[in-house]
Design a protein around this ligand. Structure first.
Ligand code: CUA
Length: 361
């Protein structure tokens, strides 16, 4: 004969309590979930749709989490073993077809609904602009440990270490990698995609009118020692400001950085800001701050500071053998070690002269 157990509470009352606790916890959970600012500023039209999707997911998932948590907690409380029940067995339970149908059908309907909505959002944010609205292409190239951006404006191609975009116009990024897998991410735009060697990946965004200003570009795939420093800036400009920037870039490009190769004098400042497109030498300004060149990057040391008072030999060594002397607070193996190959001797000497001059003023 089974022992007499302590009488359980009336089950109807228990269910009522669970419902009350569940409703309060759900309301509080949804209110909390919607009031937290999970994401940075939304700077693209795509970002709004993604943020709305997130809110819908919170509204859909908090009640399910609360349902499961409340049933588990009440079960632990109500059906725990009390003293004297050590040898007691629970009542035999048989299957309940009705229950099984409900707990299979409800989640299935919910998942189908969410998947459909998510697919519509995905389709929406990847959609090309309507016919007749031209789309800008920017080729994004990742390499250890920098991004470069190639523009094609009015048939003129040029490269820059920073991303410039006009507000309100769709842009499609063609993302590539020169070495390992990187991931091109502008959190304010919400979209991100891997840069994979050997293939070209894409996504498009349209900067929102209130997006004018600077936005961080981040590498979101662990790609080596300098991964954390692989950060640049996306500048969203008004249309006139963007056009002025393009004009400046396309007219100054008449004196190409690789000038020496064409017999002209080497423009060291151009090499500093644009690199050597012929050999894909990275622009120094991608990583370094230099007041004279107008660069403000912080991946590598601030050259106005670390080169002050240094002689030409030190500067030359720093370019050709960057690991020989590492500035305090920085890591070795981040700066490329191949500038002896990607820059001509003439270009290196011009850079050394230029850097020596502008950092020792
Ligand atoms: Cu490139 Cu991480």
């Amino acid at each position: 004969m089974p022992q007499e157990s302590t009488p359980r509470r009336e089950s109807k009352r228990t269910v009522q309590q669970m419902v009350v606790v569940g409703v309060i916890a759900t309301a509080a959970g949804i209110a909390l979930g919607l009031s937290i600012h999970w994401f940075p500023k939304a700077a693209s039209t795509q970002a709004d749709k993604i943020d709305t999707l997130w809110d819908v997911l919170i509204i859909a998932t908090v009640p399910i989490f609360v349902l499961v948590a409340v049933i588990v907690l009440f079960s632990i409380l109500e059906f725990r073993m009390r003293p004297g029940e050590e040898n007691l067995d629970g009542p035999p339970i048989h299957g309940s077809t009705r229950l099984e149908v409900i707990w299979t059908a409800v989640p299935a309907i919910l998942i189908i609904g969410l998947v459909t909505y998510a697919y519509i959002v995905l389709h929406d944010i990847e959609k090309a602009p309507a016919a007749g609205n031209p789309e800008r292409h920017v080729a994004v190239t990742g390499q250890q440990f920098t991004w470069s951006f190639e523009y094609n404006e009015g048939g003129k191609k040029f490269t820059d270490a920073q991303l410039y975009l006009p507000v309100g116009e769709s842009v499609k990024f063609d993302v590539r990698s020169k070495d390992v897998i990187h991931d091109f991410w502008v959190p304010d735009f919400r979209m991100k995609i891997d840069a994979v060697p050997g293939i070209t990946t894409h996504y498009r965004i349209t900067p929102k009118p209130n997006a004018i200003g600077d936005h961080d570009i981040v590498c979101a795939e662990l790609c080596g020692l300098g991964h954390a420093y692989m950060r640049q800036t996306a500048h969203v400009l008004s249309k006139p400001a963007f056009d002025a920037w393009v004009k400046k870039k396309t007219t100054s490009a008449k004196a190409p950085a690789g000038g020496a190769a064409k017999g002209g004098a080497v423009d060291a400042k151009a090499i500093f800001t644009q690199g050597n497109p012929d050999t894909s030498a990275t622009a120094c300004g991608t990583c370094h701050t230099l007041a004279d060149a107008g660069t403000t990057a912080t991946t590598g040391p601030d050259l106005d500071k670390v080169l002050k008072g240094k002689d030409a030999a030190f500067i030359k060594q720093s370019i050709l053998q960057p690991n020989a002397v590492i500035a305090p607070g920085y890591q070795p193996d981040i700066m490329p070690t191949n500038f002896g190959d990607t820059l001509s001797a003439q270009q290196v000497d011009a850079l050394v002269q230029y850097l020596s001059k502008v950092t020792n003023k």
